[in-house]
Ligand binder design. Structure first.
Ligand code: HEC
Length: 101
C-alpha cells in the first residue's frame, strides 16, 4: 500500500511540473537581447525568436549548443546555449511560442 501511495505522489509531482525546467524563469536570461516577448531581433541577428515554431527553436538551441548552427552572430548564442539541458531547451521553446500574440 505504501508503495502505491508513493508512486501516486511522484506521478502527481511530475504532472504538476515540480521537477520540470521552467521556461519563464530560464527566459529571463534571454530578455536583454530578445526582448520580454521574444519579438526583438537580437543585436547582430536576423529574426525575432517569437516568429519561429517550437521545433525550429529547439533545433536552433541544440544547434548552437553543438556549434553546428547559426549566422554571423552565432558565437553569442553558443555561449548562451552551452549550459542548457535538453529539458531547458524544450521548456524555453514551449515558453517562447506561448508568447505569440
Ligand atoms: C547577449 C545577447 C543574447 C542573449 C542573452 C541570448 N541571445 Fe539568442 N540570439 C542572439 C543573437 C545575436 C542571435 C543570432 C545569432 C546568429 O547569428 O545565429 C540569437 C539567436 C537566437 C535564436 C535563433 C533565432 C533568432 O532569434 O535569431 C534563438 C531561438 C535564440 N537566440 C534563443 C535564445 C534563448 C532561449 C536565450 C536565453 C537562454 C537567448 N537566446 C539569449 C543574442 C542573444
Amino acid at each position: 500500500m505504501k508503495k502505491i501511495i508513493y508512486s501516486c505522489l511522484v506521478a502527481s509531482m511530475l504532472a504538476s511540473g515540480a521537477y520540470a525546467a521552467d521556461g519563464a524563469t530560464l527566459f529571463k536570461k534571454c530578455i536583454a537581447c530578445h526582448g520580454k516577448d521574444a519579438s526583438k531581433v537580437p543585436p547582430g541577428g536576423e529574426v525575432a525568436s517569437v516568429t519561429l515554431s517550437e521545433q525550429e527553436i529547439v533545433e536552433a538551441l541544440k544547434g548552437y549548443r553543438a556549434k553546428t548552427f547559426g549566422g554571423k552572430a552565432k558565437k553569442t548564442m553558443e555561449i548562451q546555449a552551452a549550459k542548457l539541458s535538453d529539458d531547458d531547451i524544450n521548456a524555453l521553446a514551449a515558453y517562447i511560442v506561448s508568447l505569440k500574440k
